[in-house]
Write a protein that binds this ligand. Structure first.
Ligand SMILES: [Zn+2]
Length: 330
């Protein structure tokens, strides 16, 4: 039986002088609500964490989270709280969070203390803030938790920005969204990238597909990889004929268009992402395209060709100037 673990964290941070780059945000509270597969609340978890890095409450943080150092100093340290928390989570569960930050900070703190990783690759979770936007808004905007609580007429009996109450509010929102297909809108946390080609992510969603590559040394290496540049129909996965090659206007995002015989016009986007250690990985999405989408891409591609031509001409001029100077020496 699978549980939903709705989790919320509070964290403290240092000042520019005291910040430790290995743990810029130190978790000081873990709050969570456990829901069963029918989304009934079955248990709660709440624990402060005794700080080991930042022993002074950051001024900005203090304004938001209403926690005193004194309370925290009585708590247990992160590795112990984390062990208890994971035991409480059980065997089969999916994390649910408001936004995409909590899992990043959780795993950064775990790594700092040398704890076993949560997963050996991208981790499936539900971003309730994103789901709220998909169900009630445009899917792109992101609202504050309190805004969503007001929108759903949930009683506000507890203060916000406390891990236990924020987790509880988030759990109520999830319950009341009442979407049986809620899990089809899952997110992927990439704190741990796919460790090799075999473990790369090929996820299919309702309206698009998503590919997450392993880590490459350089962007050039990534762009040479067949699985990176292949263009497949998001619906049937068949290789489709490209109407244009991948092109870019800023060398971070690449675009492409083509047509599946069966499923029509498609557009692809390839994002080059940097890892913490300066390497790169690729996130590729493919979705259906309207005629307007394709026209737009054709225009953009033309622009990228003009850009490339200008750059080539400039380089040639520079080369000529250099060789010109050399000649004068003799
Ligand atoms: Zn197809």
């Amino acid at each position: 039986m699978k549980n939903y673990i709705v989790m919320d964290l509070e964290w403290n941070q240092g000042s520019p002088l005291t910040e430790n780059p290995n743990i810029p945000f130190e978790i000081v509270e873990i709050g969570a609500v456990k829901l069963d597969e029918n989304k009934n609340i079955v248990d709660t978890f709440d624990s402060y964490v005794r700080p080991q890095v930042y022993h002074k409450m950051n001024v900005m943080t203090q304004k938001v989270i209403h926690l005193d150092m004194e309370d925290l100093e009585k708590a247990e340290i992160f590795p112990i709280v984390m062990r208890k928390f994971l035991a409480w989570c059980g065997e089969d569960y999916i994390f649910c969070t408001w936004g995409n930050l909590d899992l990043v900070e959780l795993q950064t703190n775990m790594r700092y203390y040398g704890l076993d990783p949560l997963s050996d690759g991208p981790l499936k979770y539900l971003d309730i803030q994103k789901l709220f936007s998909i169900v009630y808004s445009d899917g792109r905007s992101r609202r504050a938790l309190e805004t969503a609580v007001d929108f759903m007429h949930i009683e506000k009996n507890d203060m916000f920005h406390q891990a236990d109450s924020d987790a509880y509010y988030t759990a109520l929102i999830m319950q009341q969204m009442n979407r049986p297909d809620v899990e089809s809108f899952y997110s992927l946390d990439v704190f741990h990238l796919p460790k090799d080609a075999e473990h790369e992510v090929h996820a299919k969603f309702d309206t698009y597909s998503k590919y997450i590559s392993r880590e490459f040394e350089t962007k050039a290496d990534a762009m040479k990889d067949a699985e990176v540049y292949v263009f497949r129909c998001f619906e049937c996965g068949k290789k489709i004929k490209k109407q244009m090659q991948w092109f870019s206007l800023n060398s971070k995002n690449y675009y492409c268009a083509g047509k599946c015989e069966e499923h029509g016009a498609m557009r692809g986007k390839l994002r080059v992402k940097k890892t913490e250690n300066g390497k790169v990985y690729i996130v590729k999405t493919v979705r259906s395209a309207t005629k307007e989408d394709i026209d737009e891409l054709v225009k953009k591609e033309r622009k990228s060709k003009v850009q490339a031509a200008k750059l080539a001409a400039m380089e040639q001029r520079m080369r000529r100037n250099r060789s010109g100077r050399k000649k004068k020496l003799f």
